[in-house]
Write a protein of this length. Structure first.
Length: 549
């Protein structure tokens, strides 16, 4: 349950603390006093959308904190069996959220809050007109086994839709696929026919340069050989003689040892260099045929590079990608056949599971109509008729083979028609409360909030609504914002909202103050003797009803 609500800097609220009763809590006050702003603050703590316009003029931020008993699955957030949901909205519209002091997102607040509080207002009553809401209402009423069957149907429906979408895409792309197949097959054949190797272009370029200038290379190496050795090997002899002389000097003076060693190394290196130059020159030979082959091969490789990549490696990588894509496309017909078979199998599965869902809805529809009709009778609408119709949906959707339509007749002799077309504002409010009451035993939501759902209701109907809210509050916490004294008289805790100089305040009323507030609500005058008498009658009736529950 909700133990405490603190609101600051929100609309007409400057700083406000509310301590709530486990049973029926009623908020009353003049129009514009700030009653709805209290529920707005609560919804912010539950993760609702925030806006800078909610921040009170002159305040830096709006702040809301709500202290609850911790739900069973909130161990990560609970402290001493409680959780505190907090929300701050700055004057610039920036929002921050916390759970028990830990930073969280608004989405996390909403996820946790949906297990703590359910808010009903005029907007929620309008949602009841939606076929989607009405269908979800019947499914919930049909029970957990039906919900499992519905989940299985939705799983099968999603799988069918995915398979059908992929099948349609492949079939529609068949012509484009054939064109791509032809192109890829040509490209793969072309690249594989030439067969480029990694680094081949660079190697061929070097070989082509050598063969193209073989005569000049022979000439240059001959000159180098002559310079190094000559016919009489004078260069080698001269360096060898220098090395020998320095070696003899080193025998006399060790300080000459280093230059003697260098001279010996130079003589050896010079001899080796002369041999290498000779070997290189002897290997050089003109080969016009090989040169032509290299140039033709280079031209083939450059042709591939113009189409498929700047280097041999790029062309080889493109070949791998094209081959893989070609393999995929080549198997498309086989995949198309597989998908066609899968679509047929999934369709059968959807038909079977959808039939189970339809059977569950058919079985529950009459019971739901009776249950809502019974609630409406208790809410002051004797003779009201509710029908739960299953309208076939073609083609079937994610919700099944049909949509649910609530049909309503306010009294005997009237033909039931869709709720959206027949119910007045007051009738719609009571129908919404009747639906909520029917689900009360199925849901474990500990706190219910009803924000001015008494639109269009008064007199005996208001008393009937008050009685039903009081019964709802026997095993859960209920918070009601109302203008009706016929509802307010049933409060376990009556909170009065007043506005003074633009600032809203809330006071918990004692017995005498309750009579004055109910008198104001009845006659607009807190001291009216007739209204005071009527207020006392309402309180006595509420006490009698609650004692009998």
């Amino acid at each position: 349950m909700l133990h405490e609500l603190h609101i600051a800097g929100l609309g007409v609220i400057d700083d406000l603390d509310l301590a709530l009763h486990p049973g029926l809590n009623v908020l009353t006050g003049e129009t514009g006093a700030g009653k709805t702003m209290v529920t707005t603050g609560l919804t912010l703590a539950l993760g609702a959308r925030a806006a800078a316009s909610l921040v009170r003029d002159g305040a830096k931020a709006a702040r809301v904190q709500a202290r609850f008993d911790a739900p069973d699955d909130a161990d990560d957030w609970a402290e001493d069996g409680e959780v505190i949901l907090a929300r701050t909205v700055s004057a610039e519209g920036k929002s921050t959220a916390r759970i028990s002091g830990q930073l969280a997102t608004a989405t996390t607040l909403a996820s946790l809050g949906e297990h703590l509080v359910e808010v009903h207002g005029q907007h929620q009553a309008q949602r009841l007109l939606s076929p989607v809401t009405q269908t979800a209402f019947l499914d919930r009423f049909a029970g957990d086994e039906h919900l499992v069957a519905l989940a299985a149907y939705r799983e099968a429906f999603d799988a069918l839709r995915q398979a059908a979408d992929e099948h349609d895409r492949l079939r529609e792309a068949a012509r484009d696929r054939e064109r791509e197949l032809d192109l890829l097959a040509y490209q793969v054949r072309e690249i594989e026919g030439i067969g480029p190797q990694s680094g081949e272009s660079a190697a061929l370029a070097g070989e082509e340069t050598r063969l193209a200038h073989v005569e000049r290379l022979i000439e240059h190496t001959a000159t180098a050989g002559t310079a190094l050795a000559g016919d009489d090997d004078t260069a080698g002899d001269a360096v060898s003689a220098a090395a020998q002389a320095l070696a003899e000097a080193a025998e006399l003076d060790p300080a000459a040892g280093e230059v003697a060693a260098r001279a010996r190394g130079l003589a050896a290196e010079l001899a080796e260099l002369a041999r290498d130059v000779r070997d290189y020159r002897e290997a050089l030979a003109a080969d016009p045929q090989r040169l032509q082959q290299i140039r033709e091969r280079t031209a083939e490789l450059k042709g591939l590079q113009r189409k498929y990549g700047e280097t041999d490696e790029d062309v080889i990588a493109y070949l791998a990608e094209a081959s893989e894509r070609l393999s995929q496309l080549s198997g498309a017909d086989e995949r198309l056949a597989e998908l066609a078979a899968e679509v047929e199998r999934r369709q059968d599965e959807v038909e079977q599971r959808g039939a189970v869902v339809t059977t569950g809805r058919s079985r529950a529809s009459a019971d739901l109509a009776d249950a809502v009709g019974g609630e409406l009778e208790e809410l002051g609408m004797p003779g009201a008729v509710v029908q739960v119709a299953l309208e076939p949906q073609t083609p079937p959707g994610a919700a099944g083979f049909e949509r649910v339509e609530l049909r309503f007749a306010a009294g005997p002799g009237q033909s039931p028609a869709p709720l959206a077309k027949t119910a007045s504002g007051g009738e719609l409010s009571r129908t919404m409360l009747a639906c909520r009451s029917v689900l009360a035993d199925l849901d474990a939501i500990p706190t219910l909030v009803f924000d001015e759902v008494d639109a269009g209701i008064g007199g005996q109907a208001g008393l009937a609504v008050g009685r039903r809210l009081a019964r709802l509050a026997q095993d859960r916490q209920v918070l009601v914002v109302t203008h009706l004294p016929q509802i307010a008289c049933f409060a376990d805790r009556h909170l009065s909202v007043a506005k003074h100089e633009g600032v809203a305040t809330v006071a918990v009323l004692d017995d005498a103050e309750r009579i004055a507030e109910l008198s104001r609500m009845l006659a607009g005058m807190a001291e009216s003797a007739g209204a005071v008498s009527h207020a006392q009658e309402l309180l006595d009736e509420a006490m009698r009803v609650k004692a009998a529950v």
